[in-house]
Design a protein around this ligand. Structure first.
Ligand code: HEC
Length: 200
């Protein structure tokens, strides 16, 4: 047990230092986008803690984090990927430029979901009791109509690359914050699966 914990602590340290090293070697636009993605990583981690209930729910902090994501998504993100910028140690895949439209849709989707997350922050977590009654009723409606939550449409869509239907701004604003956050995190994952290599 103790050995196991030690070993995983050591390997975690190795992974962290390897990542830091790779990151340090980056220059120019590759460094810029790795830095921006690094911020997204930190902010998303903070949001995950909030959404899981590891820390107490704080709508203001959700909005602050969402604003950070918004700032680095959309055009701000795509402009950090000029054509064929694959300089080491970039983990970007060349398919970014052959499937540019899809890449762009995912970056825009992230921006829309960040805006939606800020708008839903006051609704609190699903079934947490924090959510105002009106918000909960909208959620119930969505579930029973089979329009969004049960269709699996959005999930499948985003897993297949983000062409699935995105709820509009008003729908996002009426959802529980963790529901919106799940879609947002799914967007990070979809883009990484398709456009980021696991290793150099
Ligand atoms: C539109 C596509 C796309 C979206 C959306 C996206 N990423 Fe990335 N991400 C990438 C690509 C491509 C790379 C690799 C960049 C490189 O190495 O040049 C990357 C790299 C990263 C890295 C590693 C940075 C480093 O230092 O090597 C982290 C962390 C990261 N993304 C977090 C996130 C998080 C969190 C989100 C969602 C909030 C997100 N990303 C959304 C495409 C995306």
């Amino acid at each position: 047990m103790t050995t196991k914990i030690l070993v995983s602590a050591v390997s975690a340290a190795l992974i962290i230092s390897a990542a830091a090293y790779a990151h340090n070697g980056a220059t120019g636009v590759v460094k810029e986008r790795m830095d921006a993605m690094g911020i997204l990583g930190k902010v998303t981690k903070s949001l995950t803690e909030i959404m899981r209930g590891d820390v107490s729910y704080d709508a203001e902090l959700v909005r602050k984090n969402a604003a950070q994501i918004q700032k680095h998504a959309g055009d701000s993100m795509t402009q950090l990927f000029p054509e064929d910028s694959l300089m080491k140690p970039s983990e970007a895949r060349p398919t970014i430029w052959s499937d540019w439209e899809e890449f762009e849709i995912l970056a825009m989707r992230l921006e829309a979901l960040a805006v939606g997350l800020a708008a839903s922050a006051d609704n609190g977590l699903m079934a947490s009791g924090i959510a105002p009654v009106a918000g909960m009723m909208v959620t119930d409606n969505m579930m029973s109509s089979g329009d969004m939550m049960s269709s699996g449409d959005m999930m499948t869509g985003s897993m297949m690359g983000g062409s699935g239907r995105l709820p509009d701004a008003a729908e996002l604003a009426s959802m529980p914050a963790d529901g919106v956050f799940n879609m947002l995190a799914q967007t990070c994952a979809s883009c990484h699966t398709k456009f980021r290599s696991e290793k150099n």
